[in-house]
Design a binder for this molecule. Sequence first.
Ligand code: ATP
Length: 237
Amino acid sequence: MTLLELENVAVAYGRIEALHGISLTVNEGEVVALIGANGAGKTTTMRAISGTRSLAAGKITFNGEDISKLRADLRVVRGLCQSPEGRQIFPGMTVMENLDMGAYTRRDSAGIAADLDRVLTLFPRLAERRKQAGGTLSGGEQQMLAVGRALMSRPKLLLLDEPSMGLAPLVIRQIFDIITEINQQGTTILLVEQNAQQALSRAHRGYVLETGRIVKEGSGQDLLHDPSVKEAYLGVA
Ligand code: ATP
């Protein structure tokens, strides 16, 4: 079943159009990767989906509903949750307080407690540091906290913007292991990445974005082995 569909979505910043009518789908249960170079429009695509940027044209359907004009906070209530680029955790709050904030739209205390258990099991590092201020965590730990906080909203679709940004190779692998595990536990994931190697090797399907247009799509494995993708994004001539 199609969970998310973008049809000819265009987004502009003032008079400059950053997305020129892109179309993509995410099916329930999938991990889908959107890859592209700096400035290709990956973050803009995420903003369009999360509702922090309005559309100049096109349509976004989520779970059968046209959400093109729906407010960002109401998209979160519908089950669309973004763990943003640059992390944006609350630096003055503890790890636990940050995780609690993720569940702010929920009222089911038993479900919240179960999800907190799940997040602390997925991220033992956060469990050890539950009383530590978010702002004093390492970069990788802050990324884990951002993902953990997003999971606390129990999303139908988790949007991850550059989960590997600024992290060491070993930590990147750990973050992607957890992304795979979260997906296997039933969460659908759309992730935007410059680290095409990791993203495509973990994704069921992928899209390649170039200067505001989707230029290629395919299974993660097909894209990994595509000569032009290899040359442009995988550093292999
Ligand atoms: P990166 O990997 O470098 O983060 P990206 O693929 O996420 O890049 P976007 O951030 O979506 O790219 O940017 C797409 C285009 O839109 C770029 O040309 C960028 O300069 C422009 N852009 C992004 N945000 C704004 C803004 N707030 N105002 C004006 N132009 C913007």
